[in-house]
Design a protein around this ligand. Sequence first.
Ligand SMILES: NC(=O)CC[C@H](N)C(=O)O
Length: 306
Amino acid sequence: MQQILDDIAAQMALETDRGKVADYIPQLAHIDPNQFGIAVATPDGQMYTAGDASTLFSIQSISKIFTLTIGLGKLGDGLWTHVGREPSGDPFNSIVMLEHETGRPRNPFINAGAIAVVDAIMMGHEPREVLGEILQFVHFITDDESIRFDHKVAASEMEHKDRNASLAHFMKSFGRLKHDVDKVLGTYFHQCSIAMNCQQLASAGLYLVSNGVDKHSGVRVINEHRARRINSLMMLCGHYDGSGEFAYRVGLPGKSGVGGGILTIAPGKGSIAVWSPGLDHIGNSKLGLKALELFVEKTGWSVFSD
Ligand SMILES: NC(=O)CC[C@H](N)C(=O)O
């Protein structure tokens, strides 16, 4: 495994077409695109890394896996009255379907859906309390209390909130959001601003590798059928309108973020985190996708092969 990761990192270092760093969040625009990291965590407690696997980056939409898990834990299947579970085929920040579907977002991984999930888990509480709960959850699944929000990134998103604010107000106009829009957005932007490195992220994914149980601690994080369903949603919706391409090229549940990270789950085998800040035209990490495609070719880790 170590050799495989070293080979991938060496190959990625030679790539010249690295995509474009997200600049609609100004705080992310200055990040050096010449970085690449990969980490693999396995249920037996091993961690393999290569490249910039210990450099912190903004996990952005990868955090939507964690709020979905929390939402399912709190509301059970009641969560599905707030958000659907169908792929959208549209960009992550699209508003078009909301009008036809009475303000109920297609799935929890597009921005509108993640905002609806945040509103659902707030349950009358203040952003600070909800954020405390989200961070505590991340500390719990990583067993790492050093993980923090990046307040500068969150503030930068709040300053340029127009698109997400439009989504939120539009949903509220259909009576879909219960809380004050700015409070929901503030919570959502902070959740997206969590800074983690590939090692921490790979370790965070382990509960989805082992049917909802964190094998490190032996603690059950979520029940088995919910873990399976989160993986299904990641496979179908985790890369927005690039989900089909990701399934075709990688064949594993994965969730990307505009910080350039991708968390990928190989059920029963391991959790793979990759990071390279340059994005493709859809907003998914360009080298991240390439590296995962290589990884799956070399390891045979795919839900479509045994
Ligand atoms: N795809 C993403 O990672 C998008 C998340 C980002 N915080 C946004 O709302 O635009």
